[in-house]
Write a protein that binds this ligand. Sequence first.
Ligand SMILES: [Zn+2]
Length: 228
Amino acid sequence: MVFVRLLCGAGALTLSACMVVPAPVPAPDLPARPPETGAKPELAASLVIDRPPQDFPHGGDARSAEEIDLIVVHSIGGPTCRDGAVFFTPANGSAVFWRDWFLGEGGKSIHYVIGREGDIAQQRPELLTAGHVSFGGIMTMVNRRSIGIELVNRGDGIEAFPEVQITALKALVAEVAARYGLPPEALVTHAALDDRMQPDCGGEPLRRNLDPGPLFPLEDVRAAISAQ
Ligand SMILES: [Zn+2]
């Protein structure tokens, strides 16, 4: 049984200002890494991806393909506390817009961003680490071993993920998982990795990372990996 509660901004009068907050998720049981399959660092040509120039200063630490055993899905939006109320930013913009936003960020980075129209942009090559999961959560060293994917979405549990966006995500994760020999369970959400709470927002504790949120079809996307 899954327990949920409604999380509303202080003084909110309408249900649309609330979101369903799932109970804290235990750390996933990750499968043992399968035998090496000769992973290649390049994506299939059938995926259309906007990439920065090869000589772009990407940042991050070099790593080997053998270190990668997780794919972490995020949403751009997430809960913040403003004036004692839970607030979600609109997260408007395309994949390229948000990729370029990450390029200008000093502390945050990501491998891929997928827009609401299924558009895909890459910020960082897969064999460079990206800073998309803080190390204070359930698992450590997640950034070292994972590929991070951001979905452009408010992450509020109200905005649905368009089918074309999920289709693009499925194509990307199926292709990535095949190259690194990853099973469906290697695909995890940020929320499953980090259950830290902000002690007080308007008198209530606030779960810091809920993304990509309760509307994200995790098992459907995992099935795209198992179907390959
Ligand atoms: Zn996240």
